[in-house]
Design a protein around this ligand. Sequence first.
Ligand code: B4P
Length: 191
Amino acid sequence: MRLILMGPPGAGKGTQAKFVADHFGVPAISTGDIFRANVSEGTPLGVEAKKFMDAGEYVPDEVTNQMVRNRIAEPDADPGFLLDGYPRTLAQVEELDAMIADTGHQLDAVVVITVDQDELVHRLLQRAQTEGRADDTEDVIRRRQEIYGAETEPLIAVYKGRGLVHEVDGMGEVDDVTKRIFDALDVVEQS
Ligand code: B4P
């Protein structure tokens, strides 16, 4: 399975990615997590990414694309992968198309998690209290939502045009959302 998990910041992509990836026996690849690991290790990539992440901006495509290309070339991603938070721009979609074509495979599905705007802000402000992420302040949360609307939401139409999109209601309990995702992907698995 080659899957993408999409949705606005706070939709629960990271929360669901692990369950979905475990279910299909593929690695969950989160660009946000990889950036954060690099920031905490102080690598050159982390120093570069931090400037953008702290402001709620996207890290430049060249940096992000190369990082994903390297990651999906690792052996554990041979049987497939779940991408959490990538692609986020049209340029990333094109690059991912090329990466997957290079492996001779194809994308199986794009799961889009939908959540009300008020609930998104509420969840991220709550996470600010528990995890203290630098990009979970109210101003930065708003900026991230704006950028998502401008840069990433249009990608849903692109993938809808390819017949790959499964929209899943992300409101309610974590377990219920996981079940909805599995139900949506059952159809893909059986086809
Ligand atoms: P991400 O790490 O992807 O962050 P996110 O979109 O905010 O998180 P997510 O939707 O995964 O929310 P989560 O499950 O944690 O990106 C961070 C930054 O990295 C970006 O702003 C950008 O700068 C950079 N970046 C990443 N990818 C990039 C790319 N491709 N190109 C350029 N830049 C990129 O859930 C949020 C909270 O809700 C958690 O506290 C969780 O516990 C809670 N929650 C989840 N499900 C819930 C539920 N059902 N009910 C109640 N709470 C729930």
